[in-house]
Design a protein around this ligand. Sequence first.
Ligand SMILES: Cc1cc2nc3c(=O)[nH]c(=O)nc-3n(C[C@H](O)[C@H](O)[C@H](O)COP(=O)(O)O)c2cc1C
Length: 191
Amino acid sequence: MSLIVFCATNRPGARTRTVAKRVHNFLGELSKGAGGPIVDYLDLANLRPDIFSTDCYSQKPAWFLETFQAPILEAKGLLVCTPEYNGGFPGVMKYFIDMLKFPESLVDLPVAFIGCADGQFGALRAVEQLELIFHYRKAHVYGERLFISKISSVFSADGSVGEYEERLQKLAAGFLSFVNVLKGERAYHGP
Ligand SMILES: Cc1cc2nc3c(=O)[nH]c(=O)nc-3n(C[C@H](O)[C@H](O)[C@H](O)COP(=O)(O)O)c2cc1C
C-alpha cells in the first residue's frame, strides 16, 4: 500500500503538475523519515488516447487497470492537486473518476486537496466540487485544504513554490497524520 500524489489535469505544461511534484517530494521525505508508506505519483498526463473510446465504459484497457485502477484500489491515501478550468475541476478528471471501478474505488480512501489557479480563489470551486464527489463516493475527506492563487507568479527560480512552500509542507505533514490516524484497512461493505 502506498500514498499517492495525483495531478488532476493532462494539460502539457500545467503549473498544477509542478506543485504536485513538489508536494510529492515533501510527502516522500516525511513518510520515509517516519517509517511510513511509499509515496507514489500519478498524473492524468499519462492517460493514453484509447481510454477515450466509448468502449471503455464496459471494458478498460490493461494499461489503465495496471497503472491507475490497481494503485487507486490499493492506496492508503490520495493527495489530489487540481487546477480550476472554467469554474470547475478539469473535465478529464471527472472522466477519470467515471472510468474507475464502481463502487469500491474511493470507499474509505483518505483524500486531501490542493487547488491551483491564476484566479484569486485558488481553485476553491474545483476543490469543493471534487470534495462533493469524494464524499458521495464514501472517501474520508481531510478538512484542511490549500488554495494556491495567482499561481503564475508564485514559483521561484529554484523551483520552489515561494510563499506557499511552508503551507505545502504543513498540508503534507497534516495529511500524513490523518492517514495514520485512520489507518484501518480499506474494505468495501456493499452499498
Ligand atoms: C481550459 C482552462 C480553463 C481555465 N479556467 C480558469 C478558471 O475558471 N479560473 C481560474 O482561476 N483560472 C482558470 N484557468 C487558468 C489556470 O488557473 C492556470 O492555467 C493555472 O496555471 C492552473 O492551471 P494549470 O495547472 O493547467 O497551469 C484556466 C486554464 C485553462 C487551460
